[in-house]
Design a protein around this ligand. Structure first.
Ligand code: TPP
Ligand code: MG
Length: 771
């Protein structure tokens, strides 16, 4: 859909100035006007904001359609707030409390800000890359008839030039190219400065090549109209200008017109006398700062001309701190204007002292109707969207049958059954994996539901009748999105898919699989997904040294500790298939619940004998983090506390020791994460008058108050050793603290002290201590 080219350039220029003022004033107010409670610098990035206000004015008051979503460069957050302040969707009070508790956040936040934020940003690079995955999810939803074509939009990332150093951008670019991603605008705020200094020149020539290679259109906005005309008329000056390094150009921007004149005279001599005579110093300074990213005509023209769905990189040349006293200075990243500088600017703008929050006052009567008309027009669809939940009917998920099973195999079978049975849940599931679909047991699901591609891709092996267990054809109705091996992309994909309900109104049930150790590879993107409250199921398998012959490079040790410290993600580590089925059912519910969260299932390839259950009493405990697999005797002096794949060793040791240690209990831990949360919440609750004991306190209080706990997990022992702190009981922690290695399970369990002998020794130790 083409947008009409009806721009009021003058009004947009005024809006640009208003945004620059408001963003700077918001930061200034927080640092120099608001009373400080602690004497700390509040901070903010006036220069990074000023670099982008023209681009954002052109977007928000002209180019963006109602369905377009924007990831704003983190340190331009105040500009986004200023946009909403002008639109009437941000309050002055919240701006006055910028970077304060409950105030506008320093970096745009979906969950914490009151204005509609399409994508949270903060960790540079991630906000850019996620737009590619959101666009893919939009394609997925429209292909599956879960979203109207008419509701489709474009995904815009406002990118700081130093963000291009983040490798995740290129991983996303490559993955995007494979999936023929579209409807993307990445707008580079090319101010040639990063945090520390001006950026290195050499790479820049290459960026456009990289993007073009990946199928992108690259549009460079180097010159504003005035500068372009002047340089075209003076080719010598043009070639001089184009050979300046980033640092030289930035320094000249900072130094101003007189320095520019001297430098041209020194470099070009008399040959350009006429050019220099035609300009005084002020006009020289103004001319050479007329870069493309600050020229409203150029921006509007470029945006209007790129209305198809081709992914497009705009390289908009800008000046960091444009229009501010420290424009172009290499140290301006965290620079703040002082009160005198702000007062001088206020006066120059015609803003009355005391009316700094009302800069529209300063807009002359002739221009004001035009400015207000643009603001009015832009209000469409910039309201905060309602989050959509409770859309998916979750059936009860039965445990797969079988006396011996691994949790990984059970996971595959549960998904297969869901795929075959059909229903809303099965249709809303979208699976994704970075090249470990088959080895994480997603294969049967994919055979049923197919790979997703906008354009169908045949399974050549199947066509050639070459036997294979795996169907590998793709079509737009497929439900598995296969990724290349880039775990960071997996988490960005889960973030995008896990926000489908918020972003597009249709909640998906995303499941991502990867090997447990490689969670670390995408950790920041995982944190980013959780920070935005994206909802998904993360299935990490295989895990631990239980992986045996695969060796130390693939055996994970610390992910349970990562999960213990990760908000928004619930860790479950089942030992048995029935526990897994219950956890998956709950995980799906949590995806579709306003108060839910994402779930991380740590699974194993070890096939173990399933326990016989007399009833369903275990279920609630298992979902709360622990239950007695073998109940302790009254006031028992000891318990074995085991998690996940090493539960058979714990059961065997329990059998062996129960005669020597009467009343010995066996506590099965399914989620140290939930137990810890419950424990601290109960402690906090007691200070506000609630007296309830947490789940783990209740379980452990069945033992003697000086009882000994032998904890065992195929993971860092600290995952469970903290349990001793709950009631002050003694702990002998068993677990893995050194890198793993290849070996059979008996050999490895003996070497790393995860076997029965280790449990017996630990129990003896702890009982001796009690004695
Ligand atoms: C992953 C990550 N590393 C470091 C930072 C700290 N940081 C914030 S902004 C920035 C540089 C920004 O430069 P650029 O992207 O060019 O933005 P500009 O301010 O110049 O517009 C850095 C290193 C961060 N926010 N995220
Ligand atoms: Mg920069």
């Amino acid at each position: 859909m083409l947008k009409p080219v009806t721009t009021d350039i003058e009004a947009l220029k005024i809006l640009d100035e208003l945004l620059r003022w408001l963003s700077a004033w918001t930061i200034h107010h927080a640092n120099h006007v608001r009373t400080s409670a602690d004497g700390l610098k509040v901070g903010g990035h006036q220069a990074s904001c000023a670099s982008m206000t023209s681009i954002m004015a052109a977007l928000y008051f002209h180019a963006l359609g109602p369905n377009d979503r924007v990831a704003v460069k983190p340190h331009a957050g105040p500009v986004l707030h200023a946009v909403h302040y002008l639109l009437g969707t941000q309050s002055r009070e919240t701006l006055e409390n910028f970077r304060g508790l409950g105030g506008a956040q320093s970096y745009p936040s979906r969950t914490k800000d009151q204005i509609p934020v399409d994508f949270s940003t903060g960790s540079v690079g991630l906000g850019v890359a996620i737009t590619a995955f959101s666009s893919l999810i939009q394609d997925y939803l429209t292909a599956h008839g879960m979203m109207d074509e008419a509701d489709r939009g474009r995904f815009v990332a406002l990118v700081g030039d130093a963000e291009l150093d983040e490798g995740n951008i290129y991983e996303a670019l490559i993955e995007g190219a494979k999936h023929d991603v579209r409807n993307l605008w990445w707008i580079l705020d090319y101010n040639r400065q990063s945090l520390d200094a001006t950026s290195v020149d050499r790479m820049f020539e290459r960026f456009d090549e990289i993007f073009r290679t990946c199928g992108w259109r690259v549009i460079e906005l180097r010159y504003g109209k005035r500068l372009k005309a002047a340089l075209d008329a003076n080719p010598k000056v043009k070639s001089w200008f184009e050979t300046l390094s980033n640092a030289e150009l930035s320094a000249l921007h900072y130094q101003g017109g007189e320095a520019v004149r001297k430098r041209i005279e020194a470099d070009l001599g008399k040959g350009v006398a006429a050019f220099l005579e035609a300009h005084d110093d002020m006009s020289l300074a103004s001319l050479f700062t007329d870069l493309g990213g600050h020229c409203m005509e150029s921006l509007v023209e470029a945006f209007d001309a790129a209305q198809d769905d081709v992914p497009t990189l705009f390289i908009a040349w800008t000046i960091k701190g444009y229009g501010l006293p420290f424009a172009g200075h290499k140290d301006n990243h965290a620079g703040l204007m002082n009160p005198t500088q702000m007062a001088a600017w206020r006066e120059a703008m015609g803003v009355t002292e005391g009316r700094e929050w009302e800069p529209l006052d300063s807009v002359g009567d002739n221009a004001r109707p035009g400015v207000e008309a643009l603001i009015d027009k832009s209000r469409i669809a910039r309201e905060k969207r309602v989050r959509s939940f409770s859309q998916i009917e979750i059936p009860s998920i039965p445990a797969p049958s079988g006396e011996e099973q691994s949790t990984q195999a059970a996971f595959g079978r549960i998904l297969l059954e869901l795929a075959k049975d059909g229903g809303t849940l099965a249709d809303r599931i979208v699976t994704t994996s970075p090249d470990v679909t088959v080895s994480t047991n997603l294969g049967a699901w994919v055979n049923q539901r197919g790979l997703f591609r906008r354009e169908a891709v045949a399974d050549v092996f199947a066509q050639q009748k070459i036997a294979s267990a795996q169907k590998w054809s793709a079509a737009d109705q497929g439900q598995h999105i296969e990724l290349g091996i880039a775990e960071n992309n997996l988490f960005l994909m889960l973030a995008a898919a896990g926000l489908a309900g918020d972003m597009f109104g249709t909640r998906l049930a995303p499941i991502g699989t990867l090997y447990d150790p490689f969670i670390a590879r995408g950790l920041d993107a995982l944190n980013y997904a959780c920070y935005q409250d994206a909802r998904f199921m993360l299935v990490a398998t295989p895990s631990g040294i239980t992986l045996g012959p695969e060796g130390g490079a693939h055996q994970s040790i610390n992910p349970p500790l990562i999960a213990l410290g990760q908000p928004g993600l619930r860790h479950y580590e089942p030992a048995f298939a029935d526990e897994l089925a219950a956890m998956m059912e709950l995980a799906f519910r949590l995806i579709d619940d306003p108060h839910g969260e994402s779930t991380y299932l740590r699974l194993s390839t070890r096939s173990i004998r399933q326990v016989e259950r007399e009833n369903d009493d275990w279920r609630e405990g298992a979902l709360n983090g622990a239950y007695w697999l073998r109940s302790p005797g009254h006031d028992s002096e000891a318990a074995i506390v085991a998690m996940g794949a090493v539960t058979p060793e714990a059961l065997a040791a329990w059998e062996e020791l129960r005669e020597d240690i009467p009343g010995l209990g066996l506590l099965s831990i399914t989620s140290p994460d939930l137990l810890h949360r419950g424990w601290t919440a109960a402690q906090a609750g007691r200070w506000s008058g609630r007296r309830e004991a947490s789940h783990i306190e209740q379980l452990l209080s069945q033992l003697h108050r000086h009882a000994g706990l032998v904890t065992i997990a195929d993971a860092a022992p600290a995952s469970l050793s903290w349990l001793g702190g709950v009631l002050g009981q003694r702990v002998a922690p068993l677990g893995v603290e050194r890198f793993g290695q290849t070996g059979s399970l008996p050999d490895l369990y003996a070497t790393y002290r995860l076997d029965g002998a280790a449990i017996t020794e630990a129990a003896a130790e702890i009982l001796l201590q009690i004695g």
